[in-house]
Design a protein around this ligand. Structure first.
Ligand code: SF4
Length: 433
């Protein structure tokens, strides 16, 4: 039985208990949410190392994606990226390798870290089809199911599977007749090319029940992939994106009713005034399935800084109720991320998740403690409260200690220092709580 099926029977599993403990909430609340498909726990029956829960009432989680390309395929570097992602606080990791020894990279990553690992099985299936049959469009449909099962058996905890692409949506794209950013999902583009070339329905949509049964066998979480996500803010919330969202929400419900843990992905590049609408739609149409936000990237003109454009979108997403955010690195749209990009991406999305959670859960205690530590120039305490203490310590050390307890930013003009003796007691020394 899956976590969902066991929870629906009233069982508080060891996994549910562990998630509740790490979040500091009642296990019965987590059980109820798992039973209703509002929380998922990626705990593959063949590989459960670190447990994390994603969804309603839980801290916003962040995913870091790594993986080779056909141009750069270096197992050692991919493992290093995975280790860096775990070290700096990612909650999950996706291996999106499409080049080199895809299986070897995945195995090395699964062995090297304890985070739940996700994949997009379509990538390996299409890469194999290119190798064996000369072109992705020659892929036998059966290969999709074989690869999905193989990866599940290896211990992959969640998979983005593009079940929501169907002929109706492709037809809608044709009728809409524009896409400023084209199609930006690799899996989505290959699947559309396969459907058009073979004049067939997407096998993952047509035989959705088979996908669900495979995921259930290993209790992997089915993440309904976003093949038509907007790759430009001018494509955000268009008919094609919303049509796929609608289908994915429907499939999330069908999967849940079959006992499979499901979540929904979306929406790509989105201007900030459309983020909330996307979340309301997903939550309403899916019966509150966890929403896995890719980005959202909020402007198209900042390559080199897309970890920032995405963090802005992710903080709003989290505040409006998104449950899981996929990081973006500074190398987005420019090249394959290196380990230093992974660190930047993880920290940027952790900041975003924290900002969102403060609003979502009305909990800003950590920020209050930081404010007091900053006012009182308690440097040690400040470092301990930092999202990235290593970076804060490095900068402080490089810039020198300044005069007395201050830093070199203002030196003798340190506002905290000036007020310290004169006003601390009667003006700002007492805290409201
Ligand atoms: S020197 Fe300026 S920046 Fe540094 S602690 Fe004092 S007020 Fe803050």
């Amino acid at each position: 039985m899956t976590q969902l099926e066991r929870a629906a029977k009233g069982e508080i599993t060891a996994e549910i208990r562990a998630v509740a403990e790490s979040e500091g909430i009642d296990p019965e609340i987590v059980r109820d949410h798992v039973a209703k498909g509002k929380v998922v726990i990626p705990a593959n029956k063949n590989r459960t190392k670190k447990l994390t829960g994603i969804g309603k009432g839980l801290r916003t989680k962040i995913n870091a994606s790594i993986g080779s390309s056909t141009d750069i395929a270096d197992i050692k570097m991919e493992v290093e990226k995975a280790v860096v992602a775990e070290k700096y606080g990612a909650d999950t990791l996706m291996d999106l390798s499409v080049g080199g020894d895809i299986y070897g990279i995945r195995k090395a990553v699964l062995d090297a870290i304890s985070l739940p690992v996700g994949t997009v099985p379509l990538y390996e299936a299409f890469a194999l089809a290119i190798e064996k049959y000369g072109a992705a469009v020659n892929m036998p449909a059966e290969l999709l199911f074989e690869i999905t099962e193989k990866q599940c058996a290896e211990g992959v905890g969640f998979m983005a599977i593009h079940c929501g692409i169907n002929r109706k949506t492709v037809e809608m794209l044709r009728k809409q007749h524009y896409r400023y950013g084209g199609l930006v999902s690799k899996g989505g583009s290959y699947m559309v090319a396969w459907m058009e070339h073979n004049n067939k329905e997407n096998p993952l949509y047509e035989h959705y029940d088979r996908v669900v049964e495979i995921m259930k066998k290993y209790d992997a979480v089915l993440s309904l992939g976003n093949g038509f996500r907007a790759g430009a803010i001018h494509d955000a919330t268009d008919r094609v994106q919303i049509q796929e969202l609608l289908i994915n929400c429907e499939l999330a419900e069908v999967g849940r009713e079959m006992g499979c843990q499901t979540m929904v992905e979306g929406p790509g590049h989105v201007p900030i005034n459309e983020i909330e609408a996307n979340i309301i739609m997903e939550k309403k149409m899916s019966g509150e399935s966890p929403f896995y936000m890719l980005g959202p990237i909020t402007t198209d003109v900042a390559p080199g800084y897309d970890h920032i454009t995405a963090a802005i979108g992710a903080s709003l997403s989290s505040a409006f109720g998104a449950d899981f955010i996929c990081y973006v690195t500074p190398s987005e749209h420019l090249g394959l991320p290196f380990p230093e990009d992974v660190r930047e991406g993880v920290i940027a999305s952790k900041i975003a998740a924290h900002i969102g959670d403060m609003i979502k859960y009305k909990d800003n205690q950590k920020d209050k403690l930081m404010s007091k530590a900053r006012r009182d120039m308690q440097w040690q305490q400040q470092f301990e409260l930092c999202i990235d203490p290593e970076r804060a310590r490095e900068i402080k050390a490089k810039r020198g200690n300044g005069s007395d307890h201050s830093c070199t930013m203002c030196g003798k003009f340190c506002a905290n220092d000036i007020l310290k003796d004169m006003f601390r007691k009667d003006m700002i020394g007492s805290d409201k709580e």
